[in-house]
Design a protein around this ligand. Structure first.
Ligand SMILES: [Zn+2]
Length: 153
């Protein structure tokens, strides 16, 4: 994957698979790794509304499940019919965790469900003064592998 527009197009493709029967508000996301690999996500609603998942959360979880959260460098999110959509507060916090684990700034590209307008931000602009692993005691800092001897993550 190369370029902002290609990542936006990938997110737009994922948006077509959104499961949003209640809100009809489809969102797609694409996260790109430093090697160009892309993981996709779309929002997934639930009859118990509070269980609904945002597209960004699904895409980030997909990359994390592949063991690649630390390699995420860019995130694209697409949805809505007006101005470019931006990640909700919860997703900004999720992206802050990605940034902390990755150890590098994460770019976020935002667009509407159609149209060419793209707004790009660095995560620090979307969520200044973010709460993160550094705020926790060292024992709670994120680790990437599980330790079978202790059962700890
Ligand atoms: Zn969200």
């Amino acid at each position: 994957m190369t370029g902002r527009n290609a990542l936006i197009d990938a997110a737009r493709g994922a948006m077509r698979h959104a499961y949003a029967p209640y809100s009809q508000f489809a969102v797609g996301a694409a996260v790109e790794l430093i090697d160009g690999t892309v993981f996709l996500g779309s929002n997934m609603e639930n009859a118990s509304y509070g269980l609904s998942l945002c597209a960004e959360a699904v895409a980030i979880a997909s990359a994390s499940t592949a063991g690649k959260m630390a390699d995420i460098c860019t995130i694209a999110v697409v949805g809505g019919g007006g101005d470019p959509i931006v990640p909700c507060g919860r997703c900004r916090q999720l992206i802050a965790e990605v940034q902390a684990v990755a150890g590098r700034p994460v770019a976020v590209h935002c667009s509407a469900s159609s149209g060419q307008d793209v707004r790009s931000f660095m995560l620090d602009a979307l969520l200044p003064h973010a709460f993160g692993p550094a705020a926790l005691a060292p024992a709670h800092e994120p680790r990437h592998t599980s330790d079978p001897s202790t059962g700890n993550l």
